[in-house]
Design a protein around this ligand. Structure first.
Ligand code: FES
Ligand code: FE
Length: 422
């Protein structure tokens, strides 16, 4: 596959800004507002790295598909007739027409509506009418996109030579995710939010909780009030809450040890092509789930779990995703740029496939915390976008609690430099 072209003059401007980026500080305005950086981000990041696009629960049966737009690309993610998850370019091999137009659906075969070229669900061209003698159908299958499912989380890479370290990352995170058995879940709700900000502002906002105390009343119901403080910096007034945190953490670790579930932090967010972070942490309140009181939102626990008090298993991936695995549900987030100042944030809530809506779970309770949190984050990043566009903007310093924001930006800058030196 050919990477997206970038005019030489723009390359000079962007290269200068990349070279002078000051570590520990926000990026300069053009990174967030210019179409040149959007094109560069699509070429250097989204076309070359593994990106999270969907879950296996979204394509449960053979023929089920979702289509995902990544810049100029449209990718069909589907389950083929052999039950394997595949990703195919949504571009007909005849004269290029898009084949599927809906965001999701189910097909027997993939039929191009223009001249009816017909492909099987693995992309093989099965039928092309009125061809000249000697036409070789086997040369015109749909182009495949690299795809990996990690415990049911589907990642694709648009490059011909995807980063090879993904397999190592997948092997290391699998034991953290496995107890939740995503492949036995179903989609309970999905929400697409278009945020009016550059995709990097959306990701930076996700990578810190500096804004949580003031900005996310629903989310922080289940966060210990000491969240974000170093152990030796806990204010006196929060010492009782800190004791509660330590107690809940020891209990969670004991429960995990008894079941052989890993929980320790692994944080490799920069310095490698597939940056990631994983950790299981205790929740405050009832300690079961992301609800206002911390109680499970679904009565049927995931997998073979025998207690809802599994805290939250949080997974972060560069460049475009984060996930929370609870005892009773999973919530996934994917971020895709739509324009320099518009970003799609897709949130998906998964519950056990046997859980019955209205009986075992109430969708409004299940989705309340992250529905509200997403809306609050959307407002924060829209304000940030308006501010970075202002000629008075200059990049400020990150606070110590914004380490993962710096990690995200450092990873991003590494990718741009790697792309420039390819
Ligand atoms: Fe698809 Fe002609 S463009 S069949
Ligand atoms: Fe937030």
């Amino acid at each position: 596959m050919t990477a997206l072209a970038e005019p030489a003059s723009e390359r000079r401007d962007t290269a200068g800004l990349v070279a002078r980026r000051l570590p520990g500080h926000a990026l300069e305005a053009p990174f967030y507002v210019s179409d040149e950086f959007l094109a560069l981000d699509l070429a250097a990041v989204f076309s070359r790295h593994w990106i999270f696009v969907a879950t296996e629960a979204e394509v449960p049966e053979a023929g089920d598909y979702v289509t995902i737009d990544v810049g100029p690309y449209s990718v069909i993610v589907l389950r083929d007739d052999d039950e394997q998850v595949r990703a195919l370019h949504n571009v007909c091999r005849h004269r290029g027409s898009r084949i599927l137009h809906d965001a999701a659906g189910s097909v027997g075969n993939l039929v191009c509506g223009y001249h009816q070229w017909t492909y099987s669900t693995d992309g093989t061209l099965m039928h092309a009418g009125q061809q000249a003698p000697g036409f070789d159908k086997s040369c015109f299958g749909l182009k495949q996109v690299a795809v990996r499912s990690v415990e049911g989380l589907i990642f694709v890479c648009l490059a011909a030579d995807p980063p090879a370290d993904f397999d190592d990352v997948a092997a290391r995170i699998t034991p953290y995710l496995a107890p939740h058995q995503l492949r036995t879940t179903k989609v309970a709700a999905q929400e697409d939010l278009i945020e009016h900000a550059n995709w990097k502002l959306v990701m930076e906002n996700n990578r810190e909780c500096y804004h949580c105390e003031a900005g996310h009343p629903e989310l922080t119901c289940t966060f210990f009030p000491t969240y974000g403080y170093a152990d030796d910096e806990i204010p006196k007034r929060l010492l009782p809450a800190h004791s509660r945190y330590l107690e809940a953490t020891s209990e969670l670790e004991r429960e995990c040890d008894a079941r052989g579930f890993p929980y320790a932090l692994i944080s490799e967010l920069s310095g490698r092509p597939t940056g990631f972070r994983v950790r299981r942490e205790a929740l405050d309140g009832a300690g079961e789930s992301y609800t206002r009181d911390g109680r499970a939102a679904s009565r049927i626990l995931l997998g073979d779990l025998d207690t809802p008090r599994m805290g939250r298993l949080s997974l972060h991936f560069q460049p475009n995703s984060w996930f929370h695995f609870l005892g009773d549900h999973i919530v996934t987030f994917s971020v895709l740029p739509l324009a320099a100042d518009r970003t799609l944030v897709r949130t998906t809530w998964l519950v056990h496939a046997d859980a019955v809506e209205g009986v075992d779970y109430d969708p409004a309770t299940l989705t309340e915390v992250w529905h509200q949190t997403n809306a609050q984050d959307g407002a924060f990043v829209a304000r940030a976008q308006a501010g970075v566009r202002d000629p008075a903007y200059s990049p400020g310093p990150y606070a110590p609690t914004e380490t993962d924001v710096e990690e995200f930006v450092a990873w991003y800058i590494e990718r741009l430099k790697e792309y420039a030196n390819r």
